[in-house]
Design a protein. Structure first.
Length: 131
């Protein structure tokens, strides 16, 4: 198995090179969020050993014709799985009612489109990666 840092860099560069959507390509060039990288480093890569069928910052259109980005999309064989790394601050402590409503609406609209979500608390990925 390739060392994590090299595998991550190769995977990101491959996604950037293959991306035709300008918005997503620019997001990928900025790099992944800290929580996403820690989840990949501590949970995904040790458990799975590769990034096959996994797409970072995946853009989807929801049922309300809005654009949404998933931290990670896992799409083997036509399945649609979304993995969201949720930090306490932006997803709980600092959440106002408008943002809370939007998060609920977002998950509802994407679920109606066949997406299955796996929300991961950042602290779980960081402190309890094997649970």
């Amino acid at each position: 198995m390739q060392p994590f840092e090299q595998a991550l860099e190769d995977w990101l560069q491959e996604n950037i090179a293959e991306e035709k959507n300008h918005r997503r390509r620019e997001i990928l060039k900025k790099g992944l969020g800290h929580g996403t990288v820690e989840f990949l480093r501590r949970v995904w890569y040790p458990a799975v050993g590769n990034f096959d069928h996994l797409y970072p910052e995946w853009e989807v259109r929801d049922f309300n014709n809005g654009y949404r980005y998933l931290d990670l999309a896992y799409m083997p064989g036509g399945a649609k799985g979304g993995i969201e790394i949720q930090g306490y601050g932006p997803h709980a402590r600092d959440l106002d009612t408008r943002r809370f409503r939007d998060l609920c609406w977002r998950h509802s609209l994407l679920a109606l489109d066949g997406w299955t979500f796996l929300p991961i608390a950042y602290l779980s990925a960081k402190e309890e990666p094997k649970k």
